[in-house]
Design a protein around this ligand. Structure first.
Ligand code: FES
Length: 73
């Protein structure tokens, strides 16, 4: 299944890029050209990227929650 039609990038291409160490959409764009044309695929690519990262257990915690560290004990 194509994720990015403009660049003919498939889900498998993304998985392979992740296996080679890509861990962000920027990396994918760099390696594969995903989302460098129309950008429509960005959301799908991100989704696919996330799934691929989880699969190989290479989870980076990029997402910082700003905010509340309320820990009530
Ligand atoms: S479908 Fe990926 S840039 Fe157009």
């Amino acid at each position: 299944m194509y994720i990015c039609i403009c660049k003919a990038v498939t889900e498998r291409d993304i998985q392979e890029a992740v296996a080679r160490g890509a861990h962000s959409l920027k990396d994918l764009r760099h390696e594969l050209g995903v989302a460098s044309e129309c950008g429509k695929c960005a959301a799908d690519a991100k989704h696919c990227l996330k799934a691929a990262l989880e699969k190989i257990g290479h989870q980076h915690h990029h997402f910082h929650h700003h905010g509340h560290h309320h820990k009530k004990r």
